[in-house]
Design a protein around this ligand. Structure first.
Ligand SMILES: [Zn+2]
Length: 159
């Protein structure tokens, strides 16, 4: 499936769903998002599917107004988010640490990938003989520091 431009059902702005994302949604058996990434308002979170207005959550599906995996009402969520000091470096570091600790309590996939052969790395799709790379697609015989034939824009990294 090719990447597609969609219109956000909330803000009516266009956004792109990449072909790799379609494969991911298909694999996870969830529908593609109807809201753009800005409108879903998820931050400091890990492995959320079809969630919006969530902060510091791990492994949630189809949720809204959650903070550190606890469900709040819309009003409670908005009040708590107002109390957070996102301008503070120490606050951000504290939140990162808290999410990291929370994430250890939940199972996590060893790797995300699809249609691969002989690959080592995370978020690799339709590739063969790839090592030490993350978020790449349609690659063959890629090992750092050689060039990658096709990568997801802005996300690719080889270490
Ligand atoms: Zn939107």
């Amino acid at each position: 499936m090719n990447s597609e431009q969609r219109i956000c059902q909330n803000c009516k702005q266009s956004f792109i769903i990449e072909s790799e994302d379609f494969m991911f949604y298909e694999k996870m058996k969830v529908p593609p998002p109807t809201w753009c990434p800005e409108c879903t308002n998820v931050s400091f979170s890990l492995n959320l599917q079809n969630c919006m207005d969530c902060f510091g959550c791990v492994n949630l599906k189809n949720k809204q107004h959650c903070i550190f995996n606890e469900q709040y009402t819309k009003e409670e969520y908005e009040q708590k988010m107002k109390e957070f000091d996102f301008g503070s470096y120490s606050f951000v570091q504290e939140m990162k640490k808290k999410v990291s600790e929370l994430s250890l309590k939940y199972p996590r996939r060893y790797v995300e990938g699809l249609n691969n052969e002989q690959v080592v790395g995370d978020y690799i799709f339709n590739s063969k003989n790839v090592a030490q790379c993350t978020e790449v697609t349609d690659c063959e015989n890629c090992k750092p520091p050689i060039e990658i034939s096709k990568v997801l824009p802005m996300y690719a990294s080889c270490t």
